[in-house]
Design a protein around this ligand. Sequence first.
Ligand SMILES: [Zn+2]
Length: 257
Amino acid sequence: LKEYLIRPFKIMEYTTDWAVLTYLIDIGKKVQNYSYLWYIEGPKEKIVVDTSSSPEIDRAISGIKSKGSGPAGIRAALQSAGLRPDDIDIVINTHLHFDHCGNNSMFRKARVIAQKDELEFAYNPIPTQKHFYRLEDLRDFEARDHELVDGDKNIVEGVRVLKVPGHTLGMQAVTVETSKGIAAICSDSVYRYRNWYPSDPKYGTPVKHLHRIPPGHHVDLRQWFESMDKVEKLADIIIPGGEPELDGKRIPIDLQQ
Ligand SMILES: [Zn+2]
């Protein structure tokens, strides 16, 4: 195994309803949600997963009053890892929702990667997903050095994208080889540990009737459950997309257990 470190950086945050993160669970109960950029630290290529958004984009899209500094926050996060945006070789977008690709244009020298099905879906989404896609993001994606993957693929040695439809049609997770096994960056497929471990009281009121809780927004729940089975088979470490405690950590060495 390669021994990459994954470094999550919290870029934006906003208040939402638990039912948005955990489908139909705790309706009306408020929770903070977070948008992360993930830096994969390894010997050669410098890889970023997802590029968050900005307060301006958040407000324009959904009237969300978010906190965080968008591009400035990304610059500061990278700086703490000794990097500038121009140092990044590859940007992987787990999907093309506005809060995952909103700052792709900062990474002028990077190749951007998404699933082929995701771009097609983004141009022609179902109505419940329409406001999550911005035409300017899609055009920017296509205008730069980009790659559309069709399924699972090794991006560099030890870093792989896995097609995991469910939250969106062309959703992908990113698996990364680490000193403690394969870690899966799950993004909005698994917002919180509670989605993955619903009966564990550590993560909220236990939910007994489901072995996993889907995200509130999804296009196909059967696909989502099958996708998560696929992730479980391949990954030793599950990394939720919006777990507050991960900010600034080095995965896997700073994780307990
Ligand atoms: Zn999403």
